[in-house]
Design a protein around this ligand. Structure first.
Ligand code: MTE
Length: 331
């Protein structure tokens, strides 16, 4: 990824850097005697281990008794699961920094008490406590592929519930055509919010048809445990047919709307990160190809699949829109 003058919105170089090169750079830092600096930035091998220990500590979560949830066998993987250590230490969570090693700083996230507001075009607006929400909707485990727009991917076991169950709880009016989701905004614990060129709070959106498709999942856990903070505790979205930036983390608000909401990355750079963001290997990102992906923990690349391989579940959503939107469906 060649960026001469780096803009605030541009993804960091590590985003498109082969992991072996990234790791070799970390080794180089150590051999240069910069271990302590790198440690502070959470970039050493020891950093990975202590991040995992921190993630495990998150099982002090009051919802820990709900895990592991029973697996829903409808969704199968075509590849092995990604090792947990990669999924919990190689993250995007810009509220904690615009780089991948935020797993330590994200431990500042306070996940209790956690209130979720449901408002907009609904029969009755409500605010519900996460633990009450978790009592209302049964949890299940689903193994999903995950494809980041930066051309890396993983395959992980999420626990949680279908988003359509939350939509049913919200009782939207027939006028509701979209659902907008918003991440916690807390300047006290999220250093990334000091970067004023980003349109905080992080927000994402889906059409009602997408939100009520069985594949759209609200994940509350990962690898049979409550969600690690760096992965978006206590609840985040998982839409495996879309690029990963749609999977908004640490959600505090669901708003039902008549009109298409503005979303974080679309506001930052609409040419590169659109509202729809459906995975398509044939539609390149303006600065790199989307034809293949680097699977976290593996060397080499594998071909990327249309809708990330989930076409049988979601392609119908887009048959009418395809003619109207063309490539915009896939950015
Ligand atoms: N949600 C919030 N609130 N902030 C973010 O920066 N990054 C997105 C998405 N959700 C992001 C977010 C991007 S770009 C990706 S690829 C995924 O989270 C990464 O999820 P992971 O760290 O669990 O792999």
């Amino acid at each position: 990824m060649l960026i001469k003058v780096k803009q605030g919105w541009e993804l960091p170089e590590s985003a498109a850097t082969d992991e072996s090169i990234f790791n070799a750079r970390r080794g180089l830092l150590k051999s240069m005697g910069l271990g302590s600096i790198a440690l502070a930035a959470g970039t050493t091998g020891a950093g990975i281990d202590s991040s995992m220990a921190l993630a495990a500590k998150a099982s002090g979560d009051p919802s820990a008794y709900l895990y592991p949830a029973k697996r829903n066998e409808k969704y199968k993987l075509d590849r092995p699961l990604t090792e947990e250590k990669f999924a919990v230490t190689y993250n995007n969570f810009y509220e904690f920094g615009s780089h991948k090693r935020i797993s330590k700083s994200a431990q500042a996230l306070k996940i209790r008490p956690w209130q979720v507001k449901i408002d907009g075009e609904v029969k009755k607006e409500m605010t519900i406590d996460i633990d009450d929400l978790l009592k209302k909707i049964p949890l299940e485990e689903r193994v999903y592929r995950f494809r980041c727009v930066e051309a890396w991917s993983m395959a992980v076991p999420w626990s949680g519930f279908p988003l359509k169950a939350l939509v049913a709880l919200a009782k939207p009016n027939s006028s509701a055509k979209y659902v907008r989701m918003e991440t916690l905004f807390d300047r006290g614990i999220m250093p990334g919010l000091r970067q004023p060129w980003y349109p905080w709070p992080y927000a994402e959106g889906l059409t009602i048809e997408e939100a009520t498709n069985d594949l759209a999942f609200i994940a509350t856990g990962l690898y049979g445990k409550p969600m690690p903070k760096q992965n978006g505790a206590p609840l985040r979205l998982a839409t495996p047919w879309k690029y990963g930036f749609k999977s908004i983390k640490s959600i505090v608000r669901f708003t039902f709307l008549r009109e298409k909401p503005e979303t974080f990355w679309e506001l930052v750079q609409p040419r590169e990160y659109g509202f729809w963001a459906n995975v398509n290997p044939k539609v390149s990102h303006p600065r790199w190809s989307q034809a293949s992906e680097r699977v976290l923990g593996n060397s080499g690349r594998v071909p990327t699949l249309l809708y990330n391989g989930y076409g049988e579940f979601v392609a119908d959503l887009y048959t009418d829109l395809e003619a109207k939107l063309g490539d915009r469906l896939y950015r």
